[in-house]
Design a protein around this ligand. Structure first.
Ligand code: NAD
Ligand code: SER
Length: 356
């Protein structure tokens, strides 16, 4: 498509911008602030929910609507030239288990719609649109009894998800690879088609600014936010439960680092990233040390526990470290003392109901 007169004129009429879907979510909050501070292209925010007014003022266009609304997506393509798309919108793992078909619609059909939007952008602009996709440790599924001795799980091992959300993420990783490497493989002139797809398998994320809901890794962020509000906390997993986590600023940094790296440096398209992996009990002890007198009890929900028991205790992020110099800024103690304790403002955000 490069050099095509009609494409060039369409591109010229459209405004250059970055698209962020799921903009009102936890990652969206951190990402939009970072993009706005960096003073990059215009930011177009899309979310089903109304955008937090603090974020709206940082965006150039705020669109309230669904990633399942193709007419809405077509209107965005006709107006904007998106060189980068951060596709964050999703239904998270606990909520997805209650409504698996709806989760599939949002997580798979919604992602397909955005990948097609990105492929259309590539065709119109004459350069491959970048597509950043947050995948998850939920793509892993360790057999019962295997978790304790399994070490740091490599990207290519145990890709056997046991949740609808994990299946959705795993399939979308494949869809992304297809759009990047095999899109319309039987068509003519494939040299500049498809999408520059890049994905991160995030661990559980902990933000000081927002509180999660609907995820299965929510037990640590819920713990710290509940205790910081002076309330007692019932943890829905056992004390010895261990999965990887990361502070939100590191998650944003990982997304931006992966976005910036030259495509030729990527040895594959889907990377583990991680930072620390305390057990729920160990994290509880550290939290009690920061908020003395806080009450934390462990009352496992056997069904949610079973989901977490299939997720790895740790993941191997050597490839991200080697290919694009990934390093987390916050270790466990740093995340608490330098980020969460000073950053949590109980007056700012209300706690959602525990356990959903
Ligand atoms: P979140 O639940 O806080 O935000 C998701 C956002 O998507 C919400 O604002 C929601 O309104 C929006 N959304 C849902 N359905 C939509 C639709 N049909 N159309 C438009 N918007 C829709 O989630 P988050 O923590 O910000 O996660 C963002 C992404 O990162 C998701 O893809 C999630 O799977 C992934 N991820 C998150 C974590 C984590 O611990 N937070 C870990 C791994 C991966
Ligand atoms: N934090 C997410 C969830 O629990 C994992 O991707 O759903």
């Amino acid at each position: 498509m490069r050099g095509d007169g009609e494409s060039a004129s369409v591109g010229a009429m459209r405004e250059k911008a970055i698209l962020v879907t799921g903009a009102n979510g936890e990652i969206g909050h951190g990402l939009i602030r970072r993009l706005a501070t960096a003073g990059r292209e215009k930011i177009v925010a899309l979310d089903l929910a109304a955008l937090d007014p603090h974020l709206s003022e940082l965006c150039d266009d705020v669109v309230q609507g669904s990633i399942l609304d193709r007419a809405l997506l077509d209107r965005l393509v006709s107006r904007y030239d998106f060189a980068t798309i951060f596709h964050l919108a999703a239904m998270l793992s606990t909520r997805a288990e209650f409504t698996p078909v709806a989760a599939h619609e949002v997580n798979v059909q919604g992602t397909l719609n955005l990948l097609q939007l990105a492929a259309d952008q590539t065709e119109l602009a004459g350069r491959r649109a970048k597509f950043l996709f947050p995948s998850s440790i939920a793509v892993y599924g360790l057999p019962p009894g295997e978790k304790a001795g399994s070490g740091r799980i490599h990207e290519k091992s145990w890709n056997l998800p046991t949740t609808m959300y994990g299946c959705n993420k795993a399939y979308c990783e494949h869809l992304g690879r297809y759009y990047a490497e095999h899109y319309k493989q039987l068509g003519a002139g494939r040299d500049l088609s498809g999408v520059d797809f890049r994905a991160l398998r995030f661990p559980g994320l902990i933000s000081a600014q927002t509180i999660p809901s609907g995820g299965t890794s929510d037990f640590l962020p819920e713990m710290v936010h509940t205790v910081a509000r002076g309330r007692s906390f019932e943890c829905f997993v056992r004390e010895d439960t261990r999965i990887p986590f990361m502070a939100m600023p590191d998650a944003i940094q990982a997304l931006l680092l992966l976005e910036q790296v030259d495509e030729r440096e990527l040895s594959w398209r889907v990377y583990n990233v991680t930072s620390f992996n305390p057990s729920a009990g160990e994290f509880g002890e550290l939290v009690r040390g920061r908020w003395p007198g806080s009450e934390i009890r462990f009352v496992p929900d056997e069904k949610r526990q079973a989901i977490v028991d299939r997720w790895p205790a740790d993941v191997n992020d050597d490839a991200a470290r080697a290919d694009w110099s990934w390093r987390p800024e916050y270790d466990l103690v740093g995340a608490l003392d330098e980020y969460l304790v000073p950053g949590i403002d109980p007056a700012r955000s209300p706690m959602p109901e525990q356990g959903r």
